[in-house]
Design a protein around this ligand. Structure first.
Ligand code: GDP
Length: 435
């Protein structure tokens, strides 16, 4: 999984953190207001320097009233520093170091995180000398910058990038070419019939869609003017008949087809009660992180009574997959088979959704304000910030103080869906908890 490295920006109020963040982002996104005594929520943004992507967390100012000082630093900066991969420590060169700066330096030392020291407000050459004075903090070279004018920010960013750990390469394969679909389901639900209906008259679409080599077990099928690759259709065509151990191999084959697919059409026989085997296949597709469409087949065999039962079975057993679009079809008569394409496309779109770090954290901020995590043994676990580590399926990493109840995480996941959609896709929420 490619999780972008995280840079926490810390410093006293009024040293120009937010302005520096804006400068780094190359846009006016961060809040510039930086009032002493006002603790803002941490805000985070996607940043990019020379092609290296990272997440910036602006920790906001901390209250500088004497008594609360130490506690505030621990609360505000220490957590953010702990969750970060590197720290950008901003000092006001025109003021020099204060007791508060010294306190932060102690926190930084303890954290053992790589630190880049920015001496801000060096608007002209005269002030360079002040910046040099900051060597005495023992944090290495102070980078003289002017967030206001942009002076020195290139060198600073080079140093930041050098301090961040290398992000691992993207893991999900981007093979391009036609989208890969697997038709899966237990035996006799109508998978082969559905494939036949989909291919219909158009026997085997062009075998050489630009730049694709087709696995002999796959078929290219055109649906509504677009070509899709159906995975492992040889198995569906060959109709290997029940020998002993057949079920084991069928299951293995299903697993492999799911792995190779981007989206699974899970076929369920609507005329029969939903079985454990159906649920097992739904779970396989979800756990593999694939987009999904559920096709209730043999609709022509259902009467009103059966449909009422089916509705209840779905409510009872398939609720956990309510995010997947469903289509009621008949592979025999062709009813609604043309609607599958739309459902497949919708699921693939949900699966590919990307949410910016800014959007995500605005959302997380609202959640934290309206529905904070319940207090556990006197402590209030909090989501500090989050980032989408990848899509296909959307995968989020939440940096938290303390462990979170699984129940609360499910709630967050539900709200994520309400906010951003992700129709037809599993959503993965992972924690990086600081105790
Ligand atoms: P598979 O094992 O999942 O590939 O299932 P098949 O496609 O071989 O279908 C199993 C049986 O169900 C066959 O006798 C099909 O003719 C029948 N069948 C498939 N789809 C439908 C449907 O929509 N309606 C009806 N009435 N029968 C169907």
């Amino acid at each position: 999984m490619s999780l972008k490295p995280v840079l926490a920006v810390v410093g006293r109020p009024n040293v120009g953190k937010s302005q520096l963040v804006n400068r780094i982002l190359g846009r006016r996104e961060a809040v510039v207001q930086d009032l002493p005594g006002v603790t803002r929520d941490r805000v985070s943004y996607d940043a990019n320097w020379n092609g290296r992507e990272f997440v910036i967390v602006d920790t906001g100012g901390w209250a500088s009233d004497a008594e609360g000082m130490a506690a505030q630093i621990a609360e505000q900066a220490e957590l953010a520093i702990g969750a970060a991969d590197a720290v950008l420590f901003v000092v006001d060169a025109t003021v020099g170091t204060t007791d508060e700066d010294e306190a932060v330096v102690r926190v930084l030392r303890r954290s053992k995180k790589p630190v880049v020291l920015a001496a801000n407000k060096v608007d002209d050459q005269r002030l360079e000398a002040e910046a040099s004075g900051l060597w005495n903090l023992g944090l290495g070279e102070p980078f003289a910058v002017s967030a206001l004018h942009g002076r020195g920010s290139g060198d600073l960013l080079d140093a930041v990038i050098a301090a961040l750990p290398e992000a691992p390469a993207e893991t999900f394969e981007e093979t391009g070419g036609p989208r890969r679909i697997a038709i899966v389901g237990k035996p006799n639900v109508g998978k082969s019939s559905l494939l036949n209906k989909l291919t219909g008259q158009q026997r085997s679409v062009v075998d050489n869609v630009a730049g694709t080599t087709v696995d002999p077990v796959d078929e290219l099928v055109e649906l509504g003017g677009e070509v899709y690759r159906f995975i492992d259709t040889a198995g569906l065509r060959r109709r290997v008949k029940e020998a002993s151990g057949h079920e084991y191999y069928a299951s293995l084959r299903t697993q492999q087809a799911i792995e190779r697919a981007e989206v699974c059409v899970v076929v369920i026989d609507a005329a029969e009660s939903i079985s454990d085997q159906d649920l097992k296949i739904l779970t396989m597709a979800e756990e593999a992180g694939k987009a999904m469409v559920v096709a209730y087949n043999k609709w022509d065999l259902t009467d009103d009574e059966r449909r009422r039962y089916l509705t209840r079975e779905i409510e009872r057993d398939v609720q956990a997959f309510a995010w997947a679009p469903t289509v009621n079809i008949s592979a025999l008569t062709g009813r609604n088979v043309d609607k599958l394409k739309k459902a497949i496309d919708a699921s693939l779109a949900g699966w590919e959704t990307r949410v910016t770090t800014g959007q995500l954290n605005a959302f997380l901020g609202r959640i934290a304000a309206a529905h904070p995590h319940p207090v556990r043994s006197g402590k209030q676990p909090r989501i500090l910030f989050g980032t989408q580590a990848q899509n296909c399926p959307p995968t989020f990493v939440l940096f938290t103080s303390g462990q979170m109840d699984p129940q609360y995480l499910r709630f967050v996941e539900r709200r994520l869906r309400e906010e951003f959609g992700f129709v037809g896709s599993p959503v993965v929420v992972q924690l990086r908890a600081r105790e």
